[in-house]
Write a protein that binds this ligand. Structure first.
Ligand SMILES: Cc1cc2nc3c(=O)[nH]c(=O)nc-3n(C[C@H](O)[C@H](O)[C@H](O)COP(=O)(O)OP(=O)(O)OC[C@H]3O[C@@H](n4cnc5c(N)ncnc54)[C@H](O)[C@@H]3O)c2cc1C
Length: 447
């Protein structure tokens, strides 16, 4: 049996950290019952969730289980092991004229992590979340059985595994559909929005454009509340670019690196205000069209290696919520006012529109979602509890993969299918072999 490695582990927010034993595997036989000490386990991909979803005293790391198993270039279908990263897949797919059907704001996640969080991208309003593109997955259950499941076959297991945060078992492989592209560039239009009414009008105007995302300057109040920059895009065609452009990736390399945790005082209201000012004014024209490399469009943060260290050694939380469409504007107005009144600015405040695609326990619902980063400091959790109340009153929910502190009552109110999910978890994980610090905190995995 390969040894388990002991270390202190945290995810992208660097909060919380725990001491854990980690086991990697390259073949499924290494996960046989007699190979693992009696304990609770959770699967972990690349640790790009922010909080405690992939933390547990015993962790199964999938990162070495990372092979492409089948590939059909003509049909645009791939089957791979769950530990392969989006970054590796993209390097393989782009030169072949293919792209991922859904991608988050970083390419450093695994396929298993994408399914367990049922991730969304900038195209949710048009193309749904990752699960909408899956043909089938294979899950290793606590019993040792491996089950292939899909929307049609073992559908309960499938529905509870997509977005189920690793609580049904270990996703071993996935077969899913890809998107055909002609070039590695995105035809982007960026538009300045004066305030919240304006940005909502713009999202409406561009609702049939495949990709859209807005960055909000959340330190503005009054008639500038919700001032933002909307970026919309489509994959550029060869015809648009002329013959000399190809499917290469000319500037997809990391450029900067943050070598150590910044002192906690570096991020304060003043630095955040300066950053937001520069970001909003970097574009002079009200509307600008350009062709940008896909890396720059989808993964601007990946250009700064270890940018999470900017938040200092106390770490940070990402607060991401979604509000139902009918309450989105008023709810956002309340939340942005609250942030502005408290001077709790966030460098990154990212607004997206979700379409009418829901899973059993997935985060998206039709409406608007906002993600904000807050460094951990005194009073933060009390402040977020107040925001939670607004979210709950509007009928919204908080994203599990970003969460490290939500109260279980807030969670229970936000996820109406929770009881059904728990029953499926009980069926496939009866002794709670798979459980995380988060699932215990939220009482999903209470014996
Ligand atoms: C900069 C940045 C931008 C992001 N942008 C977005 C975004 O736009 N949209 C979005 O939806 N998310 C976004 N995320 C979150 C990220 O996509 C998810 O947290 C994703 O699940 C991380 O994948 P991972 O491989 O790192 O998994 P981990 O973080 O290690 O784990 C995440 C969850 O998946 C489970 N898991 C992982 N692998 C398996 C497996 N093989 N079997 C069963 N369970 C498994 C874990 O138990 C855990 O519950 C972003 C994260 C970062 C850091």
């Amino acid at each position: 049996m390969k040894q388990m490695t002991k270390s202190t582990v945290s995810n992208w927010g660097n909060y919380p950290s725990i001491d854990a034993k980690t086991k990697s595997f390259t073949s499924v036989s290494e996960l046989d019952q007699d190979q693992l000490p009696e304990a609770s386990y959770i699967a972990r991909g690349n640790g790009r969730c922010y909080g405690d979803s992939s933390l547990q005293s015993h962790i199964i790391s999938t990162l070495k289980y990372d092979k492409i198993l089948e590939f059909d270039a003509k049909e645009g279908i791939i089957k791979c092991q769950s530990g392969i990263t989006f970054s590796t897949l993209i390097d393989f797919l782009i030169p072949r004229g293919l792209f991922l059907p859904v991608t988050p704001g970083t390419k450093f996640i695994t396929v298993g992590g994408a399914i367990a969080s049922d991730i969304h991208g900038k195209n949710h309003h048009v193309e749904g979340s990752f699960q909408n593109h899956i043909i089938h997955i294979e899950v290793l259950l606590a019993s040792g059985d491996i089950i292939e499941c899909s929307r049609e076959k073992e559908s309960d297991l499938f529905m509870a595994t997509c977005g189920g945060m690793g609580l049904t078992g270990i996703i071993l492989s996935a077969k899913f559909r890809l998107k055909k592209i002609e070039t590695a560039l995105i035809k982007q239009v960026s538009i300045k929005a004066r305030n919240l009414d304006h940005i909502f009008d713009l999202f409406e105007e561009f609702k049939s454009t495949t990709y859209s995302v807005a960055w909000i300057d959340c330190l503005q109040g009054g008639d500038k509340l919700g001032r933002s920059l909307l970026m919309v895009g489509e994959h550029a065609t060869k015809q648009e670019l002329g013959s000399d452009e190809s499917l290469r990736n000319p500037n997809g390399k990391l450029k900067l690196s943050i070598p150590f945790n910044f002192p906690n005082i570096v991020l304060n209201k003043i630095t955040i205000k300066i950053f937001n000012f520069l970001f909003y004014h970097k574009q002079i024209a009200a509307r600008k069209e350009s062709y940008v490399n896909f890396d720059k469009f989808f993964y601007p943060l990946d250009f700064i290696n270890s940018w999470n260290r900017m938040y200092g050694n106390r770490g940070f939380v990402q607060y991401q919520f979604v509000l139902p469409i009918e309450n989105s504007k008023e709810g956002l107005r309340k939340i942005l006012s609250e942030i502005n009144n408290q001077g709790m600015g966030s460098f990154l405040a990212v607004l997206k529109l979700f379409g009418n695609y829901e899973g059993l326990i997935s985060f998206p619902m039709q409406g608007y979602t906002l993600a904000l980063d807050f460094p951990i400091r005194k009073g933060l959790f009390e402040f977020l509890d107040r925001l939670d109340q607004i979210v709950v009153d509007c009928g919204g929910r908080i994203y599990l993969t970003k969460d490290a502190r939500m109260d279980k009552k807030v969670f229970e109110k936000g996820y109406p299918n929770l009881e059904r999910f728990k029953n499926i978890v009980k069926k496939f994980n009866p002794d709670l072999k798979w459980r995380s610090v988060q699932s215990d905190r939220l009482a999903i995995t209470k014996p």
